[in-house]
Write a protein that binds this ligand. Structure first.
Ligand SMILES: [Zn+2]
Length: 171
Protein backbone atom coordinates (compact mmCIF):
# COMPACT_ATOMS: atom_id res chain seq x y z
CA UNK A 1 0.00 0.00 0.00
CA UNK A 2 1.33 3.41 -0.87
CA UNK A 3 2.13 6.02 1.71
CA UNK A 4 0.89 9.48 2.33
CA UNK A 5 4.34 10.90 1.87
CA UNK A 6 4.43 10.25 -1.83
CA UNK A 7 2.72 13.52 -2.64
CA UNK A 8 5.27 15.63 -0.82
CA UNK A 9 8.23 16.03 -3.07
CA UNK A 10 10.14 18.74 -1.32
CA UNK A 11 12.10 17.44 1.63
CA UNK A 12 14.44 19.45 3.75
CA UNK A 13 12.06 22.29 4.54
CA UNK A 14 10.76 22.94 7.99
CA UNK A 15 7.17 22.48 6.98
CA UNK A 16 4.39 19.96 7.16
CA UNK A 17 6.19 17.81 4.60
CA UNK A 18 8.69 16.84 7.30
CA UNK A 19 5.95 15.27 9.35
CA UNK A 20 4.04 12.07 8.87
CA UNK A 21 0.68 13.18 7.57
CA UNK A 22 -2.46 11.17 8.01
CA UNK A 23 -5.10 12.40 5.57
CA UNK A 24 -8.63 11.32 6.41
CA UNK A 25 -9.81 12.10 2.88
CA UNK A 26 -7.32 9.60 1.55
CA UNK A 27 -8.64 6.96 3.93
CA UNK A 28 -12.16 7.74 2.82
CA UNK A 29 -11.23 7.65 -0.85
CA UNK A 30 -9.63 4.25 -0.37
CA UNK A 31 -12.75 2.95 1.34
CA UNK A 32 -11.00 2.25 4.64
CA UNK A 33 -13.38 4.03 6.98
CA UNK A 34 -16.03 1.40 7.45
CA UNK A 35 -16.24 -0.03 10.94
CA UNK A 36 -14.31 -3.18 11.64
CA UNK A 37 -11.44 -2.61 9.21
CA UNK A 38 -7.83 -3.07 10.24
CA UNK A 39 -4.98 -1.95 8.06
CA UNK A 40 -1.49 -0.58 8.09
CA UNK A 41 0.02 2.47 6.51
CA UNK A 42 3.62 3.29 5.80
CA UNK A 43 5.47 6.46 5.01
CA UNK A 44 8.51 6.35 2.82
CA UNK A 45 11.12 8.82 1.71
CA UNK A 46 13.31 8.19 -1.30
CA UNK A 47 11.82 4.74 -1.60
CA UNK A 48 12.70 3.75 1.96
CA UNK A 49 10.14 3.10 4.63
CA UNK A 50 10.60 5.63 7.43
CA UNK A 51 7.52 5.02 9.55
CA UNK A 52 4.45 2.87 9.77
CA UNK A 53 1.23 2.81 11.70
CA UNK A 54 -1.57 0.35 12.28
CA UNK A 55 -5.15 1.49 12.30
CA UNK A 56 -8.45 -0.15 13.03
CA UNK A 57 -11.86 1.36 12.62
CA UNK A 58 -14.91 1.45 14.82
CA UNK A 59 -18.24 3.17 14.23
CA UNK A 60 -17.14 6.74 14.74
CA UNK A 61 -13.45 6.53 15.35
CA UNK A 62 -10.11 5.19 14.18
CA UNK A 63 -7.73 3.65 16.68
CA UNK A 64 -4.11 4.46 15.98
CA UNK A 65 -1.46 1.99 17.01
CA UNK A 66 2.24 2.62 16.54
CA UNK A 67 5.51 2.93 18.37
CA UNK A 68 7.13 6.19 19.22
CA UNK A 69 10.61 7.05 20.38
CA UNK A 70 11.75 10.38 21.70
CA UNK A 71 15.35 11.52 21.64
CA UNK A 72 16.80 8.09 21.07
CA UNK A 73 15.05 6.60 24.10
CA UNK A 74 13.08 3.40 24.38
CA UNK A 75 10.38 2.64 21.85
CA UNK A 76 7.03 3.09 23.52
CA UNK A 77 3.78 1.65 22.19
CA UNK A 78 1.13 4.25 21.50
CA UNK A 79 -2.54 3.48 21.09
CA UNK A 80 -5.42 5.91 21.19
CA UNK A 81 -8.61 6.67 19.29
CA UNK A 82 -9.15 9.54 16.91
CA UNK A 83 -12.80 10.40 16.54
CA UNK A 84 -14.41 11.04 13.18
CA UNK A 85 -17.05 13.55 12.29
CA UNK A 86 -19.16 13.45 9.14
CA UNK A 87 -20.62 16.53 7.55
CA UNK A 88 -22.88 16.87 4.55
CA UNK A 89 -21.74 18.66 1.44
CA UNK A 90 -23.69 20.57 -1.16
CA UNK A 91 -23.73 17.77 -3.67
CA UNK A 92 -25.29 15.33 -1.25
CA UNK A 93 -22.20 13.38 -0.32
CA UNK A 94 -20.62 13.27 3.07
CA UNK A 95 -17.28 14.65 4.10
CA UNK A 96 -15.28 13.11 6.89
CA UNK A 97 -13.03 14.86 9.36
CA UNK A 98 -10.64 13.90 12.09
CA UNK A 99 -11.26 15.48 15.46
CA UNK A 100 -7.79 16.36 16.72
CA UNK A 101 -7.06 14.01 19.65
CA UNK A 102 -4.81 16.44 21.49
CA UNK A 103 -6.18 17.35 24.87
CA UNK A 104 -8.03 20.63 24.82
CA UNK A 105 -8.14 20.78 21.02
CA UNK A 106 -10.72 18.68 19.17
CA UNK A 107 -10.49 20.79 16.02
CA UNK A 108 -12.14 19.36 12.93
CA UNK A 109 -9.31 18.76 10.50
CA UNK A 110 -8.56 16.75 7.39
CA UNK A 111 -4.95 15.97 8.24
CA UNK A 112 -3.21 14.91 11.42
CA UNK A 113 0.55 15.15 11.77
CA UNK A 114 2.92 12.98 13.82
CA UNK A 115 5.17 13.59 15.73
CA UNK A 116 5.34 11.29 18.64
CA UNK A 117 1.64 12.10 18.85
CA UNK A 118 -0.69 12.68 15.94
CA UNK A 119 -2.41 16.04 16.17
CA UNK A 120 -3.58 18.86 13.97
CA UNK A 121 -1.17 21.39 12.55
CA UNK A 122 -2.37 24.00 15.00
CA UNK A 123 -1.24 21.80 17.87
CA UNK A 124 2.07 21.13 16.16
CA UNK A 125 2.30 24.81 15.19
CA UNK A 126 3.08 23.97 11.60
CA UNK A 127 2.88 26.12 8.53
CA UNK A 128 2.12 24.75 5.12
CA UNK A 129 4.82 25.31 2.59
CA UNK A 130 2.35 26.35 -0.06
CA UNK A 131 0.33 28.64 2.16
CA UNK A 132 1.18 32.18 3.02
CA UNK A 133 1.42 32.74 6.72
CA UNK A 134 -1.02 35.07 8.34
CA UNK A 135 0.12 37.59 10.90
CA UNK A 136 -1.44 35.42 13.57
CA UNK A 137 0.60 32.43 12.48
CA UNK A 138 3.77 34.47 12.54
CA UNK A 139 2.99 35.84 15.96
CA UNK A 140 2.26 32.38 17.22
CA UNK A 141 5.49 31.00 15.84
CA UNK A 142 7.43 33.84 17.39
CA UNK A 143 5.82 33.01 20.70
CA UNK A 144 6.82 29.42 20.19
CA UNK A 145 10.40 30.35 19.50
CA UNK A 146 10.45 32.41 22.64
CA UNK A 147 9.06 29.55 24.66
CA UNK A 148 11.64 27.24 23.18
CA UNK A 149 14.39 29.62 24.18
CA UNK A 150 12.99 29.62 27.69
CA UNK A 151 13.27 25.87 27.72
CA UNK A 152 9.59 25.11 27.53
CA UNK A 153 8.40 22.35 25.36
CA UNK A 154 6.26 23.69 22.56
CA UNK A 155 2.97 22.25 21.51
CA UNK A 156 0.63 19.72 22.95
CA UNK A 157 2.99 18.04 25.40
CA UNK A 158 2.85 21.16 27.52
CA UNK A 159 -0.68 22.01 28.62
CA UNK A 160 0.42 25.32 30.11
CA UNK A 161 1.71 26.28 26.72
CA UNK A 162 -1.58 25.58 24.98
CA UNK A 163 -3.05 28.70 23.52
CA UNK A 164 -6.61 28.66 22.23
CA UNK A 165 -7.21 30.71 19.14
CA UNK A 166 -10.00 31.54 16.77
CA UNK A 167 -8.66 30.30 13.52
CA UNK A 168 -11.05 28.49 11.19
CA UNK A 169 -11.16 24.82 11.92
CA UNK A 170 -10.56 23.48 8.47
CA UNK A 171 -6.90 22.81 8.88
ZN1 LIG B 1 -5.16 20.03 17.53
Amino acid sequence: MGGFGSGHGQSGRDTTSDYRALDVRRLQRDGLLTAGRAFGWTWSRDGEEVASIQMRTEDDRVILNYRSRSNGGEWAPMEYPVYLEWTGCNLGGRRVWFLCPARGCGRRVAILFGGSVFACRHCHKLAYACQRETDDDRAMRRADNIRRRLGWEAGIANPEGYKPNNEPMNG
